[in-house]
Design a protein around this ligand. Structure first.
Ligand SMILES: C[S@@+](CC[C@H](N)C(=O)[O-])C[C@H]1O[C@@H](n2cnc3c(N)ncnc32)[C@H](O)[C@@H]1O
Length: 210
């Protein structure tokens, strides 16, 4: 996507909420690797997916500063729950301060810790999962999450085209690219799910549990 087209799209969709715009700016000014933040377009898509799916329980793996969590919560009904996990406890104060400012804060449950350790003991079946954490561990997240997703539930996995690196002929791929390649092959071979890759931003795979 060209910058010009992206600017056109952003000018013709709902405006970015003021809290999310502030959070995005604050993330870019104050934190390392700010590009990890979902941003205006992806945030609106996640919100729209929540509107369509109307999930009671959502799981997010990889909160970072909370942009995607607040976006998804804004598309969820009152009384529903979004459980979002972040392993980096140095982000806790920053992220919690934004989650607290959101008018949807009562739907957001922020867990600081490794999702792979905590999720197996959670007694929730999720309607929607958003995987957006360490690219090396996507297969592990998928295996851990799968039994916790309802039949008919949707798993979204972000960055599955990994900046186009999935099709670049490189003899020794870096570990993150290897992780994404392995994940994409694993999903392709999984007959328990229906799947499609959207060429959105860095690639978003939609996986429906049959
Ligand atoms: C790409 S960022 C998430 C961006 C966020 N979803 C957004 O759109 O604004 C990935 C985050 O996953 C976190 N992470 C990595 N491994 C994790 C794990 N095992 N459990 C929970 N969080 C993890 C990282 O610390 C990082 O903050």
């Amino acid at each position: 996507m060209t910058e010009e087209l992206e600017a056109y799209i952003l000018a013709h969709i709902d405006s970015e909420d003021s809290l999310l715009a502030k959070l995005r700016r604050d993330t870019y000014v104050n934190l390392l690797r700010p590009r990890m933040v979902s941003g205006h377009l992806q945030g609106k898509i996640l919100k729209m997916i929540c509107r369509m799916v109307q999930p009671q329980y959502v799981l997010e793996i990889g909160t970072f500063t909370g942009y995607s969590a607040i976006s998804m919560a804004s598309g969820m009904d009152s009384g529903s729950e979004l459980h979002t996990f972040e392993i980096n406890d140095e982000l806790e104060d920053f992220t919690r301060s934004y989650l607290e400012q959101s008018e949807h804060k009562e739907k957001i449950f922020f867990h600081v810790g490794d999702v792979l350790e905590t999720l197996p003991d959670m007694d929730i079946l999720f309607d929607l999962v958003f995987i957006d954490a360490d690219k090396r561990d996507y297969c592990k997240y998928y295996d851990c999450v799968f039994p916790k997703v309802k039949k008919g539930g949707l798993i979204l996995a972000d960055n599955t085209l990994w900046d186009g690196k999935v099709v670049q002929p490189v003899a020794n791929n870096d570990s993150q690219t290897k992780g994404i390649l392995e994940f994409n092959n694993m999903i392709k071979a999984d007959s328990r799910v229906e799947k499609v890759i959207l060429p959105l931003r860095d690639g978003l795979t939609m996986i429906l549990k049959l």
